[in-house]
Design a protein around this ligand. Structure first.
Ligand SMILES: Cc1cc2nc3c(=O)[nH]c(=O)nc-3n(C[C@H](O)[C@H](O)[C@H](O)COP(=O)(O)OP(=O)(O)OC[C@H]3O[C@@H](n4cnc5c(N)ncnc54)[C@H](O)[C@@H]3O)c2cc1C
Length: 462
């Protein structure tokens, strides 16, 4: 790329308009980092296309000019996926934010990639339908970012994650050609599952232009409850016991004592601060079944050692339970200057072992780790509270992160349940995938993106 900053600016202005090209230092700084704790890197320019046509032209221009291109939704990912590791261009999708269709009869929706997740879920709900994926970041995250990360959330156990709702993705390939994939039909097996290939591709294989999402009927009733334990391992066993009894709650979350106290300190939610662990559970479905499941869950929790189980009496109490859970990360993040949130995931039956491993790791590396997460999915969020400026401590944090992944993989788990690989975990890829899958991925990438301009450095490394 030999273009001067001035000529680059002019060429982008011709594509997306003067107001949608950003080169001021403050703007470029804003696009140099995301929610991951990683070194920042500013792009040379950031552009904000307002139309699909302009988006496609930007992709083509970048490829023709050999300019690295990093697409960015809200930048809320936790794996460095939107850090423009090789500089170049950041393409912001915020203006591509139209819900193009919500079809109640065939239960699907068509959206542009920059639509905010919670706004979409609310519009869908207003039409009497339900879009279950609900990442904790849903008030800011975009559907494009959700698909590119295969985002999960609190309802993964019963309803699945973003991939379970992707029916099609239209995307620009690296040449700026629009590739249409998938279908609005319930079933479609025409050719390779290219829409599936786009899921979790983290902006490395194509730039989404449009997404077709499946919708479902909303549950008729729901009941939230809070089970209190004085032993973390007993709480973990209760998780396995609930599922073993063939009850699949919509949500089954866990919080350790440190997280409970920190959340209560953040906002008085009435959490039992002496509890060693809490399970936050929601069952939903037909009202009669909800009642029965709630009673069974209460009984199972008590059998597994819960000291009390509080069932939310009304909508306000139910909202309070879930607000407390959603407060976990912001509350922990206030404790220290640097918060490292991991999402190592293990088979559900291995949660007790993983919880134990996290305690040992915290002790061994003398670190404060608060743990909460989607226990029903085996997806824990050990959150290391530290200060990156303290080099000695940061060195211990890095060792602890390595140890967390080692232990998760040894227990048959995975590097990431929902936060993606990005830059943060690309170095661990071969530990889980082996060289075969990594090499296959690299070969695929080099064919689809021969100049390596689409989000370089992410997933498969440089
Ligand atoms: C407080 C907090 C809570 C969170 N809770 C959860 C949670 O519960 N579950 C969960 O899964 N995640 C969670 N996350 C992580 C994050 O919000 C998700 O990964 C989310 O999907 C990112 O969406 P985004 O719009 O911010 O995407 P970005 O961060 O902007 O981008 C993410 C990736 O998507 C790519 N991308 C974006 N748009 C496109 C496009 N149009 N075409 C191709 N690629 C594209 C980017 O290049 C990047 O690789 C949380 C984050 C925070 C800060």
């Amino acid at each position: 790329m030999n273009k001067s900053p001035d000529s680059l600016k002019k060429e982008f202005e011709a594509i997306v308009g003067k107001d949608n090209v950003m080169t001021a230092e403050a703007d470029l700084h804003s696009y140099s980092y995301d929610a991951a704790v990683l070194p920042s890197q500013a792009p040379a320019v950031a552009v904000r296309p307002e139309t699909s046509e302009a988006l496609g032209k930007v992709v083509k221009f970048c490829n023709d000019s050999g300019l690295p291109l990093t697409v960015r939704g809200a930048g809320s990912n936790l794996s460095g996926g939107t850090i423009p590791a090789k500089g170049g261009v950041v393409v912001v999708t915020g203006a591509l934010n139209k819900i193009l269709e919500i079809n109640a009869e065939d239960m699907y929706a068509v959206v542009q990639p920059g639509v905010v997740t919670a706004k979409f879920a609310a519009e869908v709900a207003a039409k009497g339908l339900f879009y279950p994926p609900d990442p904790g970041s849903q008030t800011v995250s975009t559907l494009g970012g959700n698909v590119a990360e295969n985002a999960g959330g609190l309802r993964g156990l019963k309803y699945g994650v973003t991939k379970d709702y992707v029916m099609g993705v239209d995307f620009f390939d690296v040449n700026g050609e629009l590739i249409k994939t998938g279908s609005k039909t319930v079933k479609c097996v025409t050719g390779y599952n290219l829409a599936g290939l786009m899921v979790a591709s983290e902006g490395t294989l194509g730039v989404f232009e449009k997404i077709i999402l499946k919708l479902v009927p909303p549950p008729q009733a729901a009941k939230a409850m809070m089970a209190v334990f004085d032993d973390m391992i007993a709480a973990s066993r209760a998780v396995a016991a609930i599922i073993a009894n063939k009850i699949v709650p919509a949500t089954l979350e866990i919080m350790d004592n440190f997280t409970i106290r920190t959340v209560e300190n953040f906002r008085k939610a009435g959490l039992p601060v002496d509890a060693q662990a809490l399970l936050l559970i929601e069952v939903d479905g037909h009202p009669a079944m909800v009642e029965e499941d709630a009673q069974k869950v209460e009984k199972i929790c008590k059998e597994q050692g819960a000291t009390s189980v509080k069932v939310a009496k009304d909508a306000a109490e139910r909202a309070n339970v879930w607000q407390a859970r959603r407060d976990a990360l912001p509350a922990l993040a206030r404790v220290s200057p640097t918060t490292v949130l991991e999402d190592a995931t293990v088979p559900r039956s291995k949660i007790p072992a993983m919880m134990q491993a996290l305690n040992e790791i915290a002790k061994e590396y003398k670190l404060q780790i608060g743990t909460f997460g989607h226990a029903g999915d085996g997806n824990l969020h050990p959150t290391i509270l530290t200060d990156k400026r303290n080099h000695e401590e940061w060195h211990r944090v890095e060792k602890a992160i390595d140890a967390i992944f080692d232990r998760a993989l040894a227990l048959g788990g995975t590097l990431s349940g929902e936060h993606g690989i990005g830059l943060a975990k690309s170095k661990y890829m071969k530990l889980e995938c082996g060289l075969g899958a990594l090499d296959y991925s690299r070969r695929m990438k080099s064919v689809l993106d021969p100049k390596g301009i689409l989000n370089p450095g992410k997933i498969i490394g440089f």
